[in-house]
Design a binder for this molecule. Structure first.
Ligand code: NAP
Ligand code: HSE
Length: 454
């Protein structure tokens, strides 16, 4: 690496871009734990400059010397002896230019910015390689959980079969509040924003886009194939109906926004194959059995269940959003970069997101799953027979049926749980059911995800 971090360097200069929720947490840790980090590293991490949009704004409860603040990138990047730049600003545009500028100036970069990495990771990593510096990005996925380290290093011996993650703290918080405390979607979202979990634009959270960006990064690392976020089939929680959450609970299921990356089923049966994985990539609300460990992950917590061919199932749980949990991951990256091991591992273990072949995707219609269907049907003779005839024509078998009593002739929600069925067949059946004269509106269709044994 071009920036040698040797034991003789007494202080390691750090620059910070962005001093909002995450940046403030980083400043706090660097101050409060200064002695502890110095003892562990054998050197001091010293905050040399902080780049923000508005240097006159009060911030960090006076923890940052005002003289360190600037809104001028040129003077920021020219700060003497600044070896590492932490980017905690978020978004792309100007911030992308700052990160590129930092790499170009041969600074190691630590970033929490999944949007930037998901969209521009390949170019940034190529630039980092050219300049012999590292990009550390633990905080970009699943907040404080060290999942990047686990995938890159701890699980390095494994061929990964599947990832099943709760990767957005805001959505998990909202779903928990709606399910357990009967809060409205709007109230729960406002609380998540107050707590600092949500993105500056919370539409990124509730649309599933944030989780899709994280999944594209994690899947690239896990499967060694470049995953573009646009190829992740994505549905958010913004159109979920509380009645479905309640029907699901009645049937023993918990609603979760899951981010899933798995090898196509035929490939995962032959772990020895060297052919490139065909991947199914998706983010969507779904039901999982209430007794599964993932179902017990509530509030702003995130979790990732990983299936490795040697290890089998392992699961990583922790706070996925918020000031100090995210700062925990950022500062861990800082320490790992400052100690020199991460830059070395980065160059020697081929941790380069720009050198992977594009991911090969499986056909979404071939995906098999159980499904939860809710149909608003008029309560008259023969309705269920008509619905089940359509399902039968498409080869879909019913596993459970739930209907609460209403006055005869009224519209009533009819809930059906299917046995395993192909996505394509279910989509066709839903269209036919929607056209029945006894059915009101579009049926609701949610997947029921059965996690692999292991
Ligand atoms: P935030 O509270 O909105 O803070 C953003 C900070 O960046 C502000 O200090 C802002 O300056 C500064 N900034 C924004 N654009 C800038 C620009 N063009 N030039 C200079 N400074 C700029 O955001 P956050 O919640 O801390 O999130 C930061 C990053 O961490 C994002 O990438 C986010 O996705 C990621 N992240 C957040 C969490 C979380 O729980 N919040 C968790 C994991 C990852 P001003 O203060 O002057 O406006
Ligand atoms: N907005 C994100 C979330 C922050 O709610 O999970 C962590 O990336």
């Amino acid at each position: 690496v071009s920036v040698q971090l040797t034991k003789s360097t007494e202080k390691i200069g750090v620059g910070l871009i962005g001093c909002g929720t995450v940046g403030t947490g980083v400043v706090r840790l660097l101050q409060e734990q200064a002695e502890y980090y110095a003892k562990r590293l054998g050197r001091r991490l010293e905050l040399r400059r902080v780049l923000v949009r508005d240097p006159s704004k009060p911030r960090c409860n006076g923890m940052v010397d005002r003289a360190l603040l600037t809104d001028d990138f040129e003077s920021f990047i020219e700060t003497p002896d600044m070896l590492i730049v932490v980017e905690a600003a978020g978004g792309r545009g100007l911030v992308s230019g700052y990160v590129r500028g930092a790499l170009d100036a041969a600074k190691h970069v630590v970033t929490a910015n999944k949007s930037l990495l998901a969209a521009e990771g390949a170019e940034l990593f190529a630039l980092a390689r050219k300049r012999n510096v590292a990009i550390a990005f633990e905080a970009s996925c699943a907040g404080g959980i060290p999942i990047i380290t686990a995938l890159l290093f701890g699980l390095a011996a494994n061929r990964i079969e599947g990832l099943y993650g709760i990767l957005n703290g805001t959505c998990n918080y909202i779903l928990t509040e709606m399910t357990q405390r009967r809060k409205t979607y709007a109230d729960a979202l406002a609380e998540a924003q107050d707590e600092g979990f949500a993105e500056a634009d919370p539409a990124l959270d509730v649309s599933g886009c944030d989780a899709a960006e994280k999944l594209s990064i994690l899947a690239s690392l896990a499967f060694g194939a470049a995953v573009e976020t646009a190829t992740v089939a994505c549905e958010g929680i913004d159109r979920l109906d509380l009645s479905d959450i309640q029907f699901g609970a009645e049937l023993g299921y918990e609603i979760k926004l899951l981010a899933i990356a798995e090898r196509s089923q035929d490939q995962s049966r032959s772990p020895a194959t060297t052919q490139q994985a065909k991947l199914s990539l998706r983010v969507h609300p779904c039901f999982i059995r209430g007794d599964l460990p993932l179902a017990q992950v509530h509030g702003p917590f995130n979790a990732l269940a990983v299936y490795g061919h040697a290890l089998g199932h392992s699961m990583y749980v922790g706070r996925g959003a918020g000031q100090m949990p995210t700062a925990s991951a950022v500062v861990a990256d800082l320490l790992n970069v400052a100690s020199g091991w991460y830059p070395r591992a980065f160059s020697e273990m081929n941790v380069w997101l720009d050198q992977q072949p594009p991911a090969v995707l499986s056909d979404p219609d071939d995906l098999t799953s159980r499904f939860y269907l809710r149909i608003s049907a008029r309560d008259v003779p023969g309705v269920v027979a008509k619905v089940s005839a359509i399902l039968g024509q498409e080869g879909i078998s019913m596993g459970a049926l739930l209907q609460h009593e209403v006055a005869a002739g009224q519209f009533v929600p009819v809930v059906i749980v299917t046995h395993e069925a192909r996505q394509g067949a279910v989509t066709r059946a839903m269209k036919k059911i929607e056209n029945l004269d006894v059915v009101d509106g579009s049926p609701v269709c949610l997947r029921i995800v059965d996690l692999p044994a292991g």
